[in-house]
Every structure is written in C-alpha cells, then in structure tokens.
Design a protein. Structure first.
Lengths: 327, 252
C-alpha cells in the first residue's frame, strides 16, 4: 500500500519534471531568507554540499559503472589544495576552487591510467587503497599539510570587495556550484559522450564494438566526476575555514556511496534525494551521533533489499561486481 | 573477386585448448559467407579474433589491404567491421533508440565541451543521430518500440535491434553470430530477408548459424570448422559433398 502511493508520487513527479524542478529551485532560493535559525542554515549548506559530492560520485558509479569507493580521496585533495594555496597566495576563491577541482582531476588521471583497465571489483579495491594512501600522506607530509594539526585560517572568500562569511553567503555559493554541476552533467549525459559512458556501464565489450574507446571514456568520466569532488572539497575548506585529515576518513566515502545508492544510481535526481535524506536524517537523530554509520548501513541494506534501484532509480544496482566474461 | 577479410594460419589457444588452430580463410567482397561447425568448433572464437575482442595466439588477419591482427575492437569497428553477439549484448537499461544512437559514435564528433556549451556541433550531431537512428529502426520494423528499454524486448526484437545497432556503424562487412537462434520460422525468414537485402546494398555478410536451411539457402561460400580446425571452404554444394564435413556432422 505504502509502496503503491510512493510509486504514484514518483510517476507524478516524472510526468511534471520541469514544474517540480522549477518549484524546487524557487524553494531553495527562498529558503535562506525564511530560515533564521543559523543551525538549520548550516545544515542546509552541508546538505547541498553532500548533494554535490554524491552527484559527483554518481557520475562515475551510476553512469559509467566504475565502482569508485575511494571518492573521499578526491574530496580531500580538493580541500587541501584549496587550503594550501589560499593560505599561501592571494588568489580569488573562484580561481582557487577551479584549481582545486583540476588538481583532484589530475590525481584521478594518474590513478586511472594504471587501474581503469582492471575490471569491477579490482578497480574498487584500488580506489579504496588510494583513499587510505591519500589520508596517510596528508597526515605525514608535515611540511605541506602540517600533518595532524591540519591547516587553519583558510581566508574568508571575497567577491567584488564583499566578504562572504555568513551561512547565507555560503548557501548561495554552494547552490550556484551545485546548479552548474547538475546543468553541465545533464547536458553531457544527454550527448554523445554521456551515451558512451552509459554504454560502458551496460556492456563494455559491446560498447567497444560500437567504436567507443572505452578506456579513454572511462578516464574522461573519472576526471569529470573527481573534478567536482575537488570543487566540493575546496568549498568545504572555505566553509569550515580549517581542514584536517580527520574529515577525510573512509567513512566519508561510504557516506557518499550510501547517498548514491539510496537515492538511485544513474539518475540526476537520485543523489539529490539520497544526499538530502542522508544528511538531514542523522541530524534529526543527532543525539545518536555516534551511531551515524549504522543509519547509513541500515539505509543501504534496506534499499538493496527492497528497492535495489534506489528511491528514484530506474536501474537495478548490480549486486554482482564480477562482470561475466563470456564468449 | 577481391578479398575483403582473410586470415593466415590463425591460431587461438586457451592454455592447452586449441580453440582455433591454423585457420586460413578468405571472404570475397560482396558475398554472404557462412561459418558452420558443431558446437565448440571455434566459430565464435574466430569472430572474437576477427573483431579484436580476443587477442590472437599466432597468425594474421587482413582486412582489405591492411593487417588488423590484434587491433583493439574500437579500431576494428572504425575500419568498417561491425558485429553482433551470440549471447545478445544490448545496452539493456537504455532505450531502443539510444542503443542505435551509440552506433553513430564514430561518425560524430561532440566532445564534453560542446555538450556543456550546447553549441551547434552538439545540435547537428544530435539531430543527425536522431534522424538516422529512426531510419534504422524503421528498417528493422521497430519504430513503434523506440522508447522501450532494450531489456523489455522480445527475443526476436533483441536480435533485430542488435543488427540495427551494428548497421549504425555503417560497416562494409557485417559479422552476425547466430542471428536466428531461438527464433520461430517466421522471424527467421524476416532476418534472412533483412540480411539478403543488406547484402544487395553492398554490405558483405559473414554469418554463423546452426540452421542449415538458412546457411545453405543464402550463403555464397561456407567455411566449415571442427575442433578449431578448418575442414573445408567452398560453395554449399561443395561443402555438402565433402566427406570430412559429413563425418564431422554425422560420424563415420
């Protein structure tokens, strides 16, 4: 019964997509003017940031089917790049955010070249390892990252002489970044490039036999997704004003993954819902803060069991990572 | 007749198993070329070697004037060789029309930047791909199903869609692997008709098929494999008279 009503709501949303998107944008734009509670606003900023991060993971996991479990590494690289260059050079924050995205992207290129030829589960393991290597490097490369002390004093971003320091400012900053990300991704997905990405997810052998250089497209896809993870990281550095290795443990990766899975892989809307639900839900139950990971774990289990395509997904999440190699 | 596709001493070993062993064959331009043989004869492995899906152990493959041995599949496709798969490999979670659109990948140029900027290159490519995709679907009588997900198609439709997708590549030569497997006689006739029509339009067709009626009826030349070894190559009449072929199929 409940499932039935849910299906109806989803169908209704799908029918009137544009209207709902428009409505959502309006609501999101008005929100910071209506909400006066700073704590709520702070959560709103984090929610949009997690939506950006899980969407960026979805580009890789959901559209091309590459199981990148170490996404947190690129988020960390973005955050640290922003913290390091903004505390050493006097650069506009927009440039810093862009550079951070590109640096994260560059690291993914170096990771992708030797590993993207591996299939399924092996790529997943490698990314997992890369996340730990990144965290340990941050902890130990003291001359660059100050190791366990983290980097404080990330300057307050400024634009046209205006200091962007309130929650409302950051809210609009992340709103714009997220909007750009979703718009660009939407356009890419609905082009020749996006089709090639999805075809790789569906059947890499068939994709290659259609003339798609699958390796090149997997690299491009990984670089695009991690670019936005780097941007998210840079935003986080400015928002928190401080970065430390504690923020970039593997739990974060699993959090992104849970958001994508719960919302629905391979859809733009999925990670938006998943990111929102899984950021807000733990806040509602924040008295159980230390059981947060249990919430994520239970959420993943429930979804995989009852609605494996995710709340908004049309595609079934493949439980089996080992693609069959048949002739 | 000019050769379009040929092999020289082609071998593929999986450990001790000789899946394809010293096979020489040649396909003439414009013909329908059949490959037959009992199960496990190495027919599909041969296809996989020809299209770069598998690397060869020994030997050479030629396409037109050049050698294509061990080229990766996407390069082989670019040269004008398209294929279908024995165990149907569609993009299951994509719509029928989208499946065909991917076939135009090599004939379009849109990159990520074009897509983000939504510039003229993107619009031209999308329009071209859309129109030509619809044409191909019309060709295989699937226009009414263009928005269905590939996974929801009937078996016969899946086979036809795979052919349509391969045609999008605009191949000079089309390799089809058991296109009539699991089809009823009526569907089989339709596929045979489609392949013969394509052949008339100038596409060389190489077909693996177990249905002897199909093979004997449509092929100009037939290659017979058994246990990875070539038994014979010739016209239907020649092959049917060959004692080794009879032995392979019927026993002594």
């Amino acid at each position: 019964m409940a499932a039935n009503i849910f299906e109806k709501i989803i169908t209704n949303i799908n029918k009137n997509k544009l209207k709902y998107i428009f409505l959502l944008i309006i609501v999101l734009l008005i929100l910071p003017f209506v909400v006066e509670n700073q704590y709520v606003l702070h959560i709103a900023v984090l929610t949009l940031m997690y939506v950006l991060l899980s969407s960026s993971l979805n580009v890789i996991v959901g559209y091309t089917g590459q199981y990148n479990i170490g996404h947190v590494a690129f988020y960390a690289i973005g955050a640290y790049t922003a913290a390091i260059i903004s505390t050493r050079f006097n650069l506009n924050f927009i440039i810093v955010i862009l550079i951070s995205g590109f640096v994260a992207s560059l690291f993914s290129l170096m990771l992708g070249i030797p590993t993207l030829r591996l299939r399924g589960i092996f790529f997943a393991f490698t990314t997992l390892g890369f996340a730990e290597i990144t965290r340990l490097t941050i902890l130990n490369w003291r001359s660059l990252t100050r190791g366990p002390f983290g980097i404080p004093g990330v300057p307050i971003p400024q634009i046209f002489g205006m200091r962007l320091s309130t929650n409302t400012h950051f809210y609009f900053m992340i709103f714009i970044l997220l909007f750009l990300m979703l718009l660009m991704t939407y356009r890419i997905i609905n082009s020749r490039v996006g089709r090639a990405w999805i075809s790789i997810r569906e059947d890499e052998q068939a994709s290659a036999s259609m003339g798609v250089d699958t390796f090149k497209y997997k690299i491009m896809n990984l670089m695009y997704g991690t670019f936005w993870a780097g941007v998210g990281g840079a935003f986080f550095a400015y928002f928190a004003g401080y970065v430390s290795a504690d923020s970039f443990i593997l739990d974060e990766s699993f959090r992104f993954f849970a958001m994508v899975l719960v919302g629905g892989t391979g859809t733009l809307a999925g990670p938006i819902l998943g990111g929102a639900v899984l950021t807000i839900l733990p806040q509602v139950f924040r008295s159980f803060a230390r059981y947060q990971m249990i919430i994520y774990g239970v959420a993943i289990l429930l979804i995989i069991h009852y609605k494996p395509e995710g709340l908004l997904g049309g595609r079934t999440f493949k439980r089996d990572l080992s693609e069959s190699e048949d002739n | 007749m000019t050769k379009i596709l040929s092999s020289e001493n082609l071998c593929k070993y999986f450990g001790g198993v000789r899946a394809v062993d010293q096979v020489d064959f040649s396909v003439d331009k414009g013909e329908i070329f059949g490959i037959i043989g009992p199960n496990g004869a190495g027919k599909t492995t041969l296809f996989n070697l020809l299209t770069g899906t598998l690397g060869v152990t020994k030997g050479k493959i030629y396409f037109k004037d050049g050698e294509i041995t061990n080229l990766p599949p996407q390069k082989v496709t670019r040269l004008g060789i398209a294929r279908t798969f024995q165990n149907i490999k569609l993009f299951e979670e994509m719509e029928v029309l989208e499946n065909v659109k991917i076939g135009f990948h090599t004939q379009t140029k849109t990159n990520m930047l074009d897509a983000v900027l939504k510039n003229n290159k993107l619009k031209e490519d999308e329009e071209k791909v859309h129109l030509e995709g619809l044409k191909l679907l019309e060709r295989v009588n699937m226009l009414d199903k263009k928005n269905n997900l590939a996974k929801n198609l009937s078996y016969g439709d899946k086979r036809r869609l795979e052919i349509a997708r391969a045609l999008a590549v605009k191949p000079e030569i089309l390799l089809v692997d058991e296109p009539a497997a699991g089809m009823n006689p009526h569907e089989t006739d339709e596929v045979v008709e489609l392949l013969e029509q394509l052949n008339k339009e100038g596409i060389t067709v190489v077909i693996i098929e177990h249905d002897m009626k199909v093979i004997m009826g449509m092929c100009d030349e037939i290659l017979v494999l058994n246990n990875g070894v070539k038994l014979a190559q010739g016209t239907a009449a020649e092959v049917q008279k060959n004692p080794e072929v009879i032995e392979a199929y019927l026993g002594k």
